[in-house]
Design a protein around this ligand. Structure first.
Ligand code: CA
Ligand code: CA
Ligand code: CA
Length: 759
């Protein structure tokens, strides 16, 4: 008989999926029935329709259902409407910018709902709010919350009180705890005889940096505005000598972004208790923003070829990436470090965790946790890519998130580094952090998570080796080490200003100080010592004090030859004989060699000459062909080594040459009116001596228009193009338009302009 009942039960669940799934108690009861535990119907919690549909079945199965529905003499009380008071609540919760129809609030802060009832409230009426989250809500783990609005429960972490009644309407104040689970809650109103589900009955609960008891509390209002509410900003790129700002639209309030973040939280399959913890959520997001292991958001690609997807350099912001991912549920092609970082900033700011993108120049990627960058050079001073697993990126971008580290001993609250660029595996998957920035500074690399990796990125010693055989590192000589080369100009956008802020001293003590070395020694004490080739030339008491330099233009117009002078200065009266090698290589921002452009090898005699000049010219053809073979932006690295025969000393000099470009301009008015058309024009003149082929213009204006691509074809020298967008803004306030031009020869010409949208 019981089996028959179960079959019937399944069939009714099939026939009435809506009525059953929307009533949690009903589902719980069906589970109990299947298990054969207790066949008592808790009808006082139930919807009448449910009861009616179950009754014949129960009779058939010989089960007695108990209708304990209160027999009120008057009308049974029903809720007939809920006003989520979106405007009032979202202003108080700093969530009014979200482009979303549901109520979005922050935890640890009260919000109000106005419930309309079928009649006026009487003394013995019950009004209970039910909030549930996730697939299988349960009271035991905090995913099913029952709030009796007619009993004073102020001591409870969650509570609700009716604060005002007016005829059939009552205003209920709800307070959530400062460690509530983050996500999308379903609201129902239970009046004893009836459970009411309002249309659009979701309430999103986010982290709350405005709430002192929340572990993401941030005391300074200017910082909260920057790190939570600012939806545009800059990511710093380039190289130490040429740091550039790349405008980035974070767009955390745009359509589908919040739902995409909630989708990611669901996808993470974290336990309910973990979905309240910013440490765990930021670690999980560092994994989910890359597609590796988990079909996360962005697919990494550094090959220089991006057919079938969008070149990393083409993105102007995170919005199209997250929208595409949410709509297709497929990883988006393609990302490099600044794209990963931009998307992480969007996701974190959206969920309410203060976050910023951080760029490190001369950033080490240590592949074997020895906290050193090992670089292998051939006899001519050229880097051998096949042997060099470690790398120094001209820049690398990660993120910082702000939170208390309740999982660690005290002293590590504040900024934590997380990195979504898939570089090294941590606990089985590509994820990185959160690692306390304070721990990095002091070399306390044992602290979770991945502090060794972050420490190496900002403060590894750089060791140069010369190998005899290009196939093996066995027979190599330590040429020299640089202890000040890694981790420079660590940068983020300043709070409230459109300028770069240098935060290097938060990650490390000043290079050259005793504290800096002490921190490196501390870090070494926590790693297992790897055997490495530690041969270095014995110190010689003689000192040659030569100085190497490079004269010439460090920024280059594409199509122009490289024109440099290598300078050897001898400050002493003695004369020295040096062997000088110099190499010029075309590299990507990650330090990958695209082409060897030129080398010099010669014996230098300083006798009688305080300054020796070695002219060095490289024609444009040498690099242009390679520049055109990749969709990445390249730069030229010059490496000079001089070895003094008399003293065995080695002198080195490294410089970077960047490419310049003509400007892209935006022409538009400073102000426009909401819902009224205005024109925005983009103008570019090719002032170079070479044609620019396959020009594509990417433009985006948050709250004005989505990213658009204009195919401009080839632009001959001296030619001008002009593209226009006519659009009607949907929101008031200051809005930013970002444009970018990429071509086969030249990438990453960007411009931005602010427009004020008025009522
Ligand atoms: Ca992943
Ligand atoms: Ca290493
Ligand atoms: Ca250092």
């Amino acid at each position: 008989m019981f089996n028959v009942f179960c079959k019937l039960l399944k069939s009714i669940m099939f026939q009435f999926p809506h009525s059953i799934s929307t009533h949690q108690q009903c589902t719980l009861t069906s589970a109990n029935l299947i298990k054969g535990e207790r066949f008592i119907w808790p009808i006082q919690k139930q919807h009448q329709t449910c009861y009616n549909s179950w009754l014949p079945l129960a009779k058939l199965a010989g089960i007695k259902l108990k209708n304990t529905m209160s027999k009120t003499t008057g009308d049974p009380l029903r809720a007939v409407g809920v006003d989520f008071l979106r405007d009032d609540n979202t202003h108080l919760h700093h969530t009014n910018e979200f482009s979303h129809s549901s109520l979005i609030v922050r935890r640890g802060q009260e919000f109000q709902l106005k419930v309309t009832l079928s009649r006026e409230l009487q003394d013995n009426d019950k009004v209970t709010l039910q909030l549930s989250i996730g697939q299988t809500p349960m009271p035991s783990n905090g995913t099913f919350i029952t709030l009796n609005a007619r009993a004073q429960q102020d001591a409870q972490p969650w509570h609700a009180n009716i604060c005002q009644t007016n005829g059939k309407e009552c205003v209920i104040v709800i307070t959530s705890p400062a460690d509530a689970i983050i996500g999308k809650y379903l609201l129902t109103v239970d009046t004893g005889s009836n459970i009411y589900s309002p249309p659009k009955n979701f309430i999103y609960i986010l982290f709350n940096p405005w709430c002192q008891a929340d572990s993401v509390f941030m005391p300074d209002d200017d910082k909260r505005v920057e790190y939570i509410l600012n939806d545009t900003g800059y990511i710093y790129v380039g190289s130490v000598a040429n740091i550039r700002e790349r405008p980035w639209n974070f767009g955390q309030f745009e359509d589908d972004i919040l739902d995409c973040c909630i989708y990611l939280l669901d996808k993470s399959q974290l336990k309910a208790s973990a979905k309240k913890d910013p440490v765990i959520i930021s670690r999980v997001m560092s994994a989910l923003v890359n597609s590796d292991d988990d079909r996360g958001i962005l697919h990494a690609n550094w090959t220089g070829h991006y057919t079938g997807g969008t070149a990393p350099l083409a993105w102007t912001g995170s919005v199209p990436i997250l929208q595409q991912y949410y709509r297709t549920q497929k990883s988006v092609l393609y990302g490099q470090c600044w794209v990963f970082s931009g998307v992480v900033t969007t996701v974190m700011r959206c969920l309410g965790i203060p976050c910023r993108s951080v760029s490190n120049f001369g950033s080490a990627h240590d592949t074997e946790e020895n906290l050193k960058v090992d670089i292998y050079l051939d006899e001519k001073g050229r880097k051998i890519d096949s042997l060099t697993n470690d790398s120094v990126w001209n820049f690398h971008v990660w993120n910082e998130v702000w939170m208390k580290r309740l999982d660690l001993p005290s002293g590590f609250d504040g900024w934590q580094a997380i990195d979504a660029t898939p570089q090294e595996i941590s606990q089985g998957i590509y994820q990185c952090g959160p690692s306390p920035v304070k721990a990095i500074k002091n070399g306390e690399v044992y602290l979770p998570y991945d502090s060794k990796f972050v420490f190496a990125a900002v403060n590894a010693d750089k060791i140069f080796w010369r190998v005899k055989n290009e196939k093996s590192t066995k027979d190599c000589v330590k040429l020299w080490e640089e202890i000040k080369a890694i981790g420079k100009n660590i940068s983020t956008k300043a709070v409230g200003k459109n300028i770069r802020e240098d935060i290097t001293t938060q990650y490390k003590f000043l290079e050259g100080t005793h504290e800096e070395r002490k921190s490196v020694e501390t870090a070494y004490s926590f790693i297992s010592k790897l055997s490495s080739h530690e041969s270095i030339s014995p110190p010689n008491l003689l000192k040659a004090n030569l100085k190497l330099g490079v004269e010439g233009k460090y920024s280059l117009w594409p199509g122009q030859p490289v024109d440099l002078n290598v300078i050897v200065e001898n400050e002493s009266v003695r004369s020295w004989t040096g062997c000088l090698v110099a190499s010029c290589q075309l590299e990507s921002y990650t330090g990958k060699v695209y082409a060897d452009l030129s080398t010099i090898k010669q014996i230098v005699q300083t006798e009688g000459k305080p300054v020796i000049q070695i002219p060095w010219k490289i024609t444009a053809d040498t690099y242009m062909q390679k520049m055109m073979s990749t969709e990445d932006e390249l730069l030229i690295k010059v490496n000079i080594i001089a070895e003094v025969q008399e003293t065995n000393e080695k002198f080195t000099k490294q410089i970077t040459l960047n490419f310049e470009h003509p400007p892209l301009k935006i022409e538009m008015a400073d102000t426009a009116k909401i819902n009224q058309d205005f024109t925005c024009a983009f103008i570019f003149k090719n002032t170079l001596s070479i044609p620019l082929e396959n020009c594509k213009l990417y433009v985006e204006g948050l709250g004005i228009f989505m990213m658009e691509v204009f195919d401009q074809g080839d632009i001959e020298p001296g030619k001008i193009f002009k593209s226009k967008i006519v659009c009607a803004p949907k929101k008031t306030g200051l809005k930013k338009i970002v444009a970018k031009l990429n071509s086969t020869q030249l990438k990453e010409i960007t411009v931005e302009k602010i427009i004020s949208i008025l009522e």
